[in-house]
Ligand binder design. Structure first.
Ligand SMILES: NC(=O)c1ccc[n+]([C@@H]2O[C@H](COP(=O)([O-])OP(=O)(O)OC[C@H]3O[C@@H](n4cnc5c(N)ncnc54)[C@H](OP(=O)(O)O)[C@@H]3O)[C@@H](O)[C@H]2O)c1
Length: 298
């Protein structure tokens, strides 16, 4: 029996992952969801740290001592600017994509099995070298990302600032995966998973109307096939969801020393993440600053 806890399994490619895991023999799946709907779904709103703590407590209670074999932190979102704040007063894109999953990982660490896997969904946009169209991360300073009004380098064009919040949070996912992998704690495996470009998911739902329409059209199977032949980053929801399920089930594992998994032409590859994601000091600072922001002791 394999026990898996997952966020972001209610739409997009995460729904494909959750569906496959739920159908897999010998797998017990506990899903955190804003609108729980049957099965083992428990309430979780990543925009509220109190909800994260409540979810961790109810998941632990539900498990009753059974260790967790895989923790999939897949939920994420992007906003058109950085004006929204969570219940805790943090910029919402950063809080939902980094602070809340960080807290959840920390709260569930004690119940992870020996050799468990933690997967944090990141994005190739964390790396300026990929030439992605989104504003690349300038830093992974948790304090400034939580309070962008204090960031002296804040781009005052709303959309660019919103993109930066997203790509910087995805850089934080890679740095956090590294910290977890390098902790040596119970021989954990940690992977930062970049699903490539997956059109047609719910990710664009808060973006302006023309972007939502383009996102949805580009996700249609008719366009995806020819585009996918031109661009190796482009993946279908099925490919992205199944690769995440493979990681959860141990059917795909990182080569020694690798934490970054990038899905290219529907195949998992293990390139190096961005230069900044490979630096030790930002990883250490992010771990400690995030702990302080979510009110953990270290
Ligand atoms: N699509 C891409 O091209 C792409 C590329 C690289 C990385 N990613 C990342 O992949 C992940 C999945 O994205 P997707 O494209 O499949 O988008 P999606 O369809 O919007 O899925 C996002 C998931 O996150 C959940 N979520 C969002 N905000 C939440 C909150 N406050 N509390 C709890 N759950 C929340 C959503 O739940 P609801 O059902 O309640 O909305 C949904 O299950 C994200 O982390 C995204 O950043 C996507």
């Amino acid at each position: 029996m394999s026990t898996i806890v997952m966020t972001g399994g209610t739409s997009g490619f995460g729904a494909i992952t959750a569906g496959r895991l739920a159908r897999s023999k010998g797998v017990r799946l506990i899903l955190g969801a804003r609108r729980p709907a049957g099965g083992e779904q428990l309430p979780l709103d990543l925009a509220e740290l109190a909800s994260v703590r409540a979810f961790a407590a109810s998941a632990r209670e539900r498990l009753g001592g059974t260790p967790v074999d895989a923790l999939l932190l897949n939920a994420g979102m992007i906003l058109p600017d950085v004006t929204r704040r969570t219940a805790d007063g943090f910029e919402t894109t950063f809080a939902v994509n980094h602070l809340a999953p960080y807290l959840l990982a920390r709260l569930l660490l004690p119940v992870l099995a020996d050799k468990a896997i933690i997967v944090l969904t990141t994005s190739g946009t964390h790396d300026p070298a990929t030439g992605a169209s989104l504003a690349p991360p300038r830093h992974a300073d948790a304090e400034l990302l939580a309070h962008p009004d204090r960031d002296p380098g804040l781009d005052h064009r709303p959309r660019r600032a919103g993109e930066h919040a997203y790509t910087a949070a995805k850089l934080c996912a890679v740095l956090t995966a590294r910290s977890l992998a390098e902790s040596g704690d119970r021989r954990l495996t940690a992977v930062a998973y970049d699903a490539g470009q997956v059109f047609g998911t719910g990710l664009a739902k808060d973006l302006p109307f023309p972007l939502r329409v383009a996102w949805s059209l580009l996700g249609s199977p008719v366009l995806r096939w020819p585009l996918g032949r031109l661009d190796p980053h482009l993946n279908s929801r099925a490919a992205a969801g199944n690769a995440l399920a493979d990681l959860a089930l141990g059917l795909a594992t990182p080569p020694d020393g690798h934490v970054y998994a990038a899905l290219r032409r529907a195949r998992l590859t293990w390139p190096q993440p961005s230069e900044r994601a490979r630096s030790d000091e930002p990883a250490r600072a992010l771990w400690e600053d995030s702990a302080r922001l979510v009110r953990l002791r270290d």
